[in-house]
Design a protein around this ligand. Sequence first.
Ligand code: EPZ
Length: 421
Amino acid sequence: MDVIEIIGGKPLKGKVRISGSKNAALPILASTLLTNSKVRLTNIPNLSDIFSMIELLKSLNVKIYKKSNYYTFKSDTPKSLIASYELVRKMRASFLILGPLLSRYGYAKVSLPGGCAIGTRPVDLHLDGLKRMGASFAIKNGYVHGSVKGKLKGTSINFKKKSVGATENLIMAATLAEGKTIINNAAQEPEIDDLCNFLIQIGAKIKGHGTNVITIEGVKKLNGGEFGVMPDRIEAGTFALSVLGCSGNLILTGVNNEIYKHLKDIFKPIKLLKLKKIDNKSFCIEKVKNGELNLKITTKEYPGFPTDLQAQLTSALLKIQGFNEINEKIFENRFMHISELRRMGAKIRKKGSKVEITGVKEIYGAELMATDLRASSCLIIAGLMAKGKTIINRVYHLDRGYENIEKKLKACGAKIDRIKK
Ligand code: EPZ
C-alpha cells in the first residue's frame, strides 16, 4: 500500500497539464456498448476508475486496445449481460452500463452499486426513468435484473431532482429507443454535454444538451467514430485551490474556455485568488494577496459550486484569517475529511450540512487516512500547507481520480513523494 509523504510550507510555482476528465470518460466508455462499430477515444486519463470500467466492458465482450495516446473499442455481442458485484462494487459508475445494455439487448443484470463513504447513493431515479421507457426490474440478491419486451420506447421523463448519472443513463438508453425521449430537469454538468457530443459523433440524434431539457430521437443503429474527451474541471479546480492554500502561481494547460469561465465564476467570491486566461487551452491562477475571507459557499448542481471541490476548498481556507462556512447540499456525508484536518490543528465545526472554518495561524503535519477520492486531494492540500511532515495512507482513493498528482505537484516545487510500503 503506497503512502504519500509531504513536507509542507512551500509555495507552488510552475506548469500543470490537466488530464482528461474522469467523469466524462466513464459514461463515454459505457456508451461504447451501444454500437458494434469501432470507436477511437483520446485524452482518456490513466486512473483506476477507468481501468475498472475497461475491465467491466471487456467482461461484456468489448474488444479494447490501448495504442500510444488513444484507445479503440469494438463492442461485439456479449456472451453474458451481467455486471458482477466484484466489478461494480469497485466503481459505482459501472451502473452506467444499465441503460446501454437495456437499449441494445433488452436485458441486463447489474449489481446494485451500494453506498460509499460520501452517502447512500441510491439509483431510484435511474430505474424510474428506465421503467417509464418500458423496462421492468426485479431486485434479487443485490442485483438489478432489467428487461424490456422488444425495444425501449421514447417518452417524457421528469426528474424530481437533478442527477448526473441518471441523466446519463437515460440519454444513452434513449439513443436506440423507438421514438422521441424528452428529459426534463436534466443535470447540466459539462461532462454530460461531452457524452452527448460523443453520441452525436457516432450518429445519435440529440438536442438541448447543456440545458435542463434534452431531447433524443431514437435511431436504429449507431456507427463508429473518433472523439477526444474533455479536460477534467475538478482536477483543474483542485490545483487552483492548492494555490489558495499554499500561495504562489500555477499555469494550467490542456484546459478549455468552458472550464476557465466555470472556475472564474465559482471562485469569484474568493478575492485572494486571481485567474487569468492565457489562450484557449491554458490559464494561470495566482494568490494575489493575503488577507481575510468570510465566505458562505453552498455546493449546488452545475453551474453552481461543485460538491467535488468542497473538501479541497475546506483545506485551502484553514490558514486564511476569517470565518468561512461551506454548506454541502448534494451528498449527506461528505465530511469524512474533517476529523483528519482537525488532527492537524484545523479549527472546524460541523453543524448539520455545514462546516464552519475559523482561520488559524498554522496547521501541523500528521499521519492521516484518506477516506474517499476528493477527501484524499483535500488532505494533500492540507499537507502542502502544514508545518512539518504529513503522511497520507490509503492513497488508492487518490488514484481513482487523479493522474500522477504527486509528480505534477513536485514539478511545481512541492516536497511530495509517493513511498512504496
Ligand atoms: C456524479 O455522481 C459524479 N460521478 C460525482 O463525482 C459527483 O459528485 C456527482 O455526480 C454530483 O455532481 C461521476 O460522474 C462518475 P448524482 P452521481 O446522481 O451521478 C442523489 C467524484 O468525486 N440521487 O448527480 O452518482 C444522490 O444520492 C464523484 O468524481 C438519488 O437520490 O451523482 C445525490 O444526493 C463523486 N437517486 C444526488 O442525487 C438517484 O437515482 C446527486 O447524485 C441518483 C442520485
